[in-house]
Write a protein that binds this ligand. Structure first.
Ligand SMILES: *[C@@H]1O[C@H](CO)[C@@H](O)[C@H](O)[C@H]1NC(C)=O
Ligand SMILES: *[C@@H]1O[C@H](CO)[C@@H](O)[C@H](O)[C@H]1NC(C)=O
Ligand SMILES: *[C@@H]1O[C@H](CO)[C@@H](O)[C@H](O)[C@H]1NC(C)=O
Ligand SMILES: *[C@@H]1O[C@H](CO)[C@@H](O)[C@H](O)[C@H]1NC(C)=O
Ligand SMILES: *[C@@H]1O[C@H](CO)[C@@H](O)[C@H](O)[C@H]1NC(C)=O
Length: 440
């Protein structure tokens, strides 16, 4: 009995292995594209040169593109050929690991999707060799998928977002957990900002510093210890008044509540919308304005940090809350950079406004005070304390990386800042900033 049960198990194992390894991509569906030849002529985001590849499902097309000659990203572009809108890049295969001329993008019969340099170096791959892949497709949602024989997805691009969420795409606690900004228009490497799903909130970070977090006051369920966010999806929230709106909708564990981030009224065609974590750390939603309108384009429907006066209070954050709104250093008020603080007083702001790097020697630095000023981390993190101001100061003094500290006299709380960047004027004299400066 034992023997025959084992044989049966062995037989099944062999049969299953055989069935899996037997699944191959039919020859007609394999491909190998080479990055060479003429460039495309339409306008794309970041004004690159690019070479479109054959895989295309309206309105998505795979392309090699570069913003620096010879430095290519394989990317998915969203656009329609006819109109003259600048087409956005909505997914990158190989950000930070570019390929050159003659790079190849291929799907072999083993089902592995591979981006390799001209010399054969693999820059990116799906690691799906012999995992049952029978076909490749770009779906009409913009999800690039490798399918098995049952139609399931062995791999999907929706699971590896860069800085963009397409309609229907999700962040999940079990991954992918974040969008990461691009460093600059010309340099396609990870930037300093990330939009992150966490068990109790959605957060925006500059490096490891939180500068915004979702608050869902209408959803007390989230306060229960057994309730956490499972995923956050770019979705439509329907209302009974015919004014549906764009949202990032969260699904929770142990609760049917669905907290969401309201991203403004639905306009135009939502399947052609995307949410982008920008180079500047702002979160924006763009929707396509249809071609019957002149100068059709993706128009900005929502931005989280905005300078608008709005009746929908609480939804928008002031631009001053963006860490680099005032560049390297500056005092910000009502979305404007209004001053350049210095030990000698506050001067007019310019792009050159900067801090003097404090000395690391004991006794080499002192502090100057700014009244009614917050750091970009003050609003969404509680700081430490309660503690005395002199203890907050000595924490900063002992820490060479500390550029200044922020103290609230009403709460006796302390924030240590390793980067100062944008300081926000809050007009409340209980909020104090102490900027470290070298003793000359
Ligand atoms: C690309 O390949 C072509 C022909 O195969 C060759 O002439 C050219 O030098 C290659 N370019 C680079 C940059 O390797
Ligand atoms: C999000 O989570 C919910 C609840 O666990 C689940 O039903 C749903 O399928 C998930 N959606 C996505 C897109 O992952
Ligand atoms: C979660 O906790 C609440 C009370 O805190 C309880 O009523 C509920 O039954 C719990 N749910 C699960 C699935 O454990
Ligand atoms: C939105 O765009 C998609 C894809 O282009 C198209 O299939 C759909 O019909 C459009 N919907 C509307 C309401 O225009
Ligand atoms: C300053 O902040 C404290 C504590 O948050 C608050 O009670 C007070 O009303 C604020 N004062 C002004 C002028 O905003």
């Amino acid at each position: 009995m034992a023997f025959s049960a084992l044989s049966l198990i062995l037989f099944c194992f062999i049969f299953i292995s055989f069935a899996i390894s037997d699944a191959v991509v039919p020859p007609a569906d394999t491909f190998r594209y080479i990055n060479q030849g003429d460039f495309g002529e339409l306008d794309s985001e970041y004004a690159p040169t690019y070479r479109p590849l054959p895989p295309y499902t309206f309105p998505f097309q795979l392309c090699f593109y570069n913003t620096t000659p010879g430095v290519y990203t394989l990317s998915l572009r969203m656009g329609t050929r006819r109109d003259e809108a600048v087409m956005p890049w909505v997914w990158d295969a190989n950000r930070g690991n570019p390929v050159g001329e003659n790079a190849t993008f291929s799907l072999a019969s083993d089902g592995n999707l591979v981006l390799a340099d001209g010399d054969g170096r693999i820059a990116w791959q799906t690691n799906t060799a012999n995992k049952g892949v029978v076909g490749f497709a770009i779906l009409s949602t913009g999800n690039i998928v490798l399918r098995d024989s049952k139609g399931g997805f062995v791999w999907q691009s929706f699971d590896s977002p860069t800085d963009t969420l397409l309609f229907g795409q999700s962040l999940r606690i079990r991954g992918p957990t974040k969008l990461v900004s691009r460093a600059s228009t010309t340099n396609n490497v990870n930037g300093a900002y990330s939009f992150v799903i966490e068990p109790k909130r959605l957060g925006l970070y500059y490096k490891n510093m939180l500068y915004w977090a979702s608050t869902f006051p209408a959803y007390p369920e989230l306060n229960q210890p057994n309730v956490t966010i499972v995923n956050a999806t770019f979705d439509i929230v329907e209302t009974e008044y015919n004014n549906d709106f764009n949202a990032i909708r969260c699904h929770l564990s142990n609760s049917n509540a669905q907290p969401y981030l309201d991203m403004d009224i639905l306009r135009f065609n939502n399947t052609l919308s995307y949410i982008r974590l920008g180079i500047d750390g702002n979160l924006r939603l763009y929707s396509y304005r249809p071609p019957n309108i002149r100068f059709s384009q993706w128009s900005l429907v929502f931005r989280l940090f905005d300078n608008r006066e709005t009746t929908r209070q609480g939804l928008y954050e002031d631009e001053c809350q963006l860490p680099e709104r005032c560049g390297k250093f500056g005092l910000c008020e009502d979305s404007q950079c209004v001053g350049c603080p210095s030990p000698e007083g506050v001067f007019a702001w310019s792009k050159n406004c900067n801090v003097k790097t404090p000395s690391c020697k004991a006794g080499g630095s002192r502090y100057y005070q700014l009244k009614g000023v917050d750091h970009f981390t003050s609003k969404y993190s509680a700081g430490t304390g309660p503690m005395k101001q002199k203890d907050c100061e000595s924490k900063c003094t002992k820490d060479c990386k500390c550029m200044g500290y922020f103290y609230r006299t009403d709460l006796s709380r302390c924030w240590i800042a390793n980067e100062l960047k944008t300081l926000t004027r809050v007009g409340n004299s209980t909020h104090l900033a102490y900027i470290k400066t070298p003793i000359q």
